[in-house]
Write a protein that binds this ligand. Structure first.
Ligand code: 13P
Length: 249
């Protein structure tokens, strides 16, 4: 079912004490909201974050996982390990994973399938680079990212998928897609899913926008009909900013 979601992707930021302090402040200041609020600290702080937020409505999610069940994959984390500490949702396909860690559509398809096989929810990120947009290829790039990693799934899988459109040129740059650009891409994504699957699936999937969302621009972006929330990077590291973004939804 389509939900309003605000998720904080902390990336490689905040040590143990800083994580605890930020979570305390965010949970203390969290307004009453019907939106789902999620935070994603680094792997080493996930278990303590789950414990700390035991009585909170804030959901703790992971930034990545490996597709294998277990075994000789030094440095990697499995779905079972996440589930074991109470994590049910994982971000996959972030552009930083694609760009710096060589994650291809093929690898992402395996990861998505592995997470879904364990009944996890996948927050799947996709988005074009600046050159794609400048050459007017942004729709075809996004379509192929979705097609390669997600369109081989059964229709039933879509109830466990959240999408996050994150144009690479807007991540950490201070440059945000305009609300119109976000709306245009989100509508395109919904139409593409309706064509590949059906209209109900397209209508029910939550599509978040990510890329320099701030308290000053969140409300306008979230007001667009096909934008169901945000995946927040830098602004999620400052409690008051993150809370202001939650309030904007
Ligand atoms: P910024 O909000 O820092 O641009 O990061 C967005 C992002 O990558 C969230 O996953």
């Amino acid at each position: 079912m389509r939900k309003k979601i605000v998720a904080g992707n902390w990336k490689m930021n905040k040590n143990m004490q800083e994580t605890e302090a930020l979570l305390s402040e965010v949970s203390a200041k969290l307004p009453d909201t019907s939106a789902t609020v999620m935070v994603s600290p680094t792997f080493v702080n996930l278990a303590s974050a789950v414990n700390q937020l035991e009585d909170s409505t804030i959901e703790v999610i992971a930034q990545n996982m490996h597709f294998a069940e277990s075994g000789a994959y030094t440095g990697e984390i499995s779905a079972d390990m996440l589930l074991n500490i109470g994590i049910n949702t994982v971000i996959l396909g972030h552009s930083e994973r694609r760009a710096y860690f060589g994650e291809t559509d093929e690898i992402l398809e395996k990861k998505v399938k592995a997470a879904l096989a364990k009944n996890m929810t996948v927050m799947f990120c996709f988005g074009e680079e600046l050159a794609d947009r400048k050459s007017d290829n942004h729709f075809s790039v996004v379509e192929s990212q979705l097609k390669n990693a997600l369109f081989g799934l059964d229709a039933s899988a879509w109830s466990s998928i959240i999408l996050a459109y994150e144009p690479v040129w807007a991540i950490g740059t201070g440059e945000t897609a305009s609300p119109e650009q976000a709306q245009e891409m989100h509508a395109f994504v919904r139409k593409t899913i309706a064509t590949a699957f059906d209209q109900t699936i397209a209508d029910n999937v939550s599509i978040l926008y990510g890329g320099s969302v701030k308290p000053s621009n969140a409300e306008e972006i979230f007001s667009k009909p096909d934008v169901d929330g945000g995946l927040i990077g830098g602004a999620a590291l400052v409690a008051d900013d993150f809370i202001a973004i939650v309030k904007a939804i």
